[in-house]
Ligand binder design. Structure first.
Ligand SMILES: [Zn+2]
Ligand SMILES: [Zn+2]
Length: 596
């Protein structure tokens, strides 16, 4: 999350730049916060305070530790200063004078920044007696800043480097209107309610602990069951769509990664190698070289193509501990990976198949909206890409034709293609409007060359196949995190580990409750009996908290008539049903993979 992005924000803040009006407002709010902190915590050393999406942050070195309890006080001071209607006044100094200013004021981080400057002058902005080194722009008067809120405090290493001092980062929101701020706060509240880390704990879905390693996910029985359901569906659909399913090792000699190029291009994202009988081995960061190995296992002819290899392949990638985030950013994850090898004539059809497949996934998991990006070459700099012009043109036109043919709106991103091929990325929109990158369909002109892949054509000569890397869901870990938040933990019936919980109104009806469970299980449904001696109201609340879809109340009336009193999650009482009728209804819902 920090790192490169951070450094570019830093560079940006001290160079002449263009900001939109809302960006200017957000960045100015960072100054306003700094001025308030300077009054409340004299001696604070300021680092950088850029605008970010929805708001801003400022990294600071405070004389006393800050807690979230301090935020209201800082906010109050900010409002007081803002109302004073102070002008943001610009001034400039030579670099030498700026260094002196930094030294006189103990601003060691600003001094370090000045050392990196190349311009002769350094600009400063002052409002309400607070001076900050900055390139601007800002709002003219502090009273323009009205709709803001400080949200969180985090630690951030100076310049994103763990060897440097840990600074305090305060994040805030700023908007141009009260309505926008309120809508955003509401979205944050809703996002917190859906936070997969909290739901993961409450519903016992997964665990990530320091003892078992940061960024390494243990799937608890409930989460593991849901994953099994997703995997079963995934495998079934891959077999139906002409894919062959592979299993490949998690480790390979480092020499394989030299050949693939990962050891030189991808080293920073890989775990350190390990020694096996004196030979360095590498945990795999990608599955591609293995699928290539499967392709090369036997000579291929044009009659064998297209070949579609799919694997739920677990890979390991190094991420800084500060960048890890629940299931969304981890160090070990299972990609729903596939590699397609085909002839040039088959390429468009294969890409088309990938898009169909991706759409099936989105509709199955309940994502009606998605956004597509097409990354192509920089037309002004064709030299920096691998592969022939003709191949690139065919690849780009195939990707474009498939999207145009289906009237799928997309953003064409010139210059965003990898050096080895163009790609399509798809981001889905979740239940509260957030977008998540899921699918990638990526052409590759590099690996077939490096591994000297070929097939024998109808002309009896050797030809290079086209290679497509493709993931539909991205990784199971991240996709699960997205699903938890998308459903707010209310998993649809086909995924739910427990589909029905039988709640006897008293101990007397335990035996009938057991009978109901037995009959539902016999029909292939996942039912469980609440055997506690709690009151019915308590049992219902507990089942709601566990987000069980069907809660089946059983007492004397039900036992006599062979029925159950059906309650549905979030809906309440739906009346009595015979066990058979209920089973038919539930099985229909499961078969349709309905995502209510
Ligand atoms: Zn500024
Ligand atoms: Zn790949």
């Amino acid at each position: 999350m920090i790192e490169a992005e951070e450094l570019s924000l830093e560079a940006e803040q001290f160079q002449a730049r263009q900001l939109s009006s809302v960006e200017t407002l957000r960045h100015s709010t960072a100054h306003l916060m700094a001025s308030a902190i300077d009054v409340l915590f004299p001696g604070t050393k300021f680092a950088i305070g850029p605008h970010v999406e929805h708001g801003f942050y400022y990294d600071m070195d405070l004389p006393t530790p800050l807690t979230e309890a301090d935020l209201p006080r800082i906010e109050e001071k900010m409002r007081e200063i803002a109302k004073g209607n102070h002008k943001f006044e610009r001034s400039a100094m030579s670099r030498e004078d700026a260094k002196k200013w930094a030294a006189d004021n103990g601003q060691i981080y600003k001094a370090e920044l000045i050392d990196g400057f190349t311009t002769p002058d350094v600009s400063f902005y002052k409002h309400a007696g607070f001076v900050d080194m900055c390139a601007g722009p800002h709002v003219n008067y502090s009273s323009k800043i009205k709709h803001f809120k400080l949200t969180t405090i985090a630690g951030a290493y100076w310049r994103g480097d763990e060897k440097n001092a840990m600074l305090t980062r305060v994040y805030g929101l700023a908007f141009e209107s009260k309505e926008e701020l309120e809508a955003h706060l509401k979205l944050l509240e809703e996002a917190a309610r859906r936070d997969h880390r909290r739901l993961g704990k409450d519903l016992e879905l997964f665990s990530i602990t320091q003892e078992y390693g940061g960024g390494l996910v243990t799937w608890l029985p409930n989460g593991a069951f849901i994953r099994k359901q997703i995997e079963d569906f995934w495998r079934e659909q891959h077999l139906a769509n002409g894919y062959e399913i592979l299993f490949t090792p998690h480790v390979a000699p480092l020499t394989l990664w030299d050949r693939s190029g990962h050891n030189s291009h991808y080293r920073d994202s890989m775990f350190a190698p390990m020694e096996v009988e004196g030979q360095p081995h590498q945990l795999k960061p990608m599955n591609c070289p293995f699928h290539i190995g499967v392709y090369k296992n036997r000579q291929k002819s044009y009659r064998d193509l297209p070949i579609r290899y799919a694997e739920l392949g677990t890979v390991y990638r190094y991420e800084r501990s500060g960048a890890l985030h629940g299931l969304m950013r981890v160090r070990g994850f299972t990609q729903d990976d596939a590699h397609i090898f085909c002839t040039r004539d088959q390429l468009e059809q294969e890409i088309s198949g990938c898009i169909d497949f991706a759409q099936l996934m989105y509709s199955t998991f309940g994502f009606p909206d998605y956004k597509v990006e097409l990354s192509v070459r920089d037309p002004k700099n064709k030299g920096k890409y691998l592969g022939s012009d003709a191949d690139w043109e065919l690849a780009e036109s195939s990707l474009t034709k498939v999207l145009d043919g289906r009237k799928i709106p997309y953003k064409r991103m010139e210059g965003e293609a990898a050096f080895y091929g163009p790609k399509i990325d798809v981001k889905v929109v979740d239940a509260i409007g957030r977008v998540w990158q899921l699918t990638t369909i990526q052409l590759d002109f590099n690996l077939p060359e490096r591994f000297d892949l070929h097939y024998i054509g109808a002309d009896n000569a050797q030809h290079r196949p086209f290679m497509v890397h493709r993931a539909l869901l991205g990784s199971l870990e991240r996709f699960f995190g997205i699903l938890i938040e998308h459903y707010a933990g209310d998993f649809p019936l086909w995924l739910a580990p427990v589909q029905a919980k039988v709640l006897p109104i008293s101990e007397k009806f335990l035996a009938y409750g057991e009978e109901v469970v037995k009959q539902l299980k016999a029909k292939g449904l996942r039912a469980k009996l609440d055997t506690s001696d709690e009151k019915l109201g308590y049992k219902i609340r507990k089942a709601e908290l566990e987000k069980v879809c069907y809660q089946l109340v059983v007492g004397g009336k039900e036992a006599d008539s062979g029925t159950v009193g059906v309650r549905r999650r979030h809906q309440g009482d739906l009346g009595a049903l015979s066990i058979d009728d209920l089973a038919v209804q539930m099985l229909d819902e499961v078969a349709k993979r309905s995502h209510v």
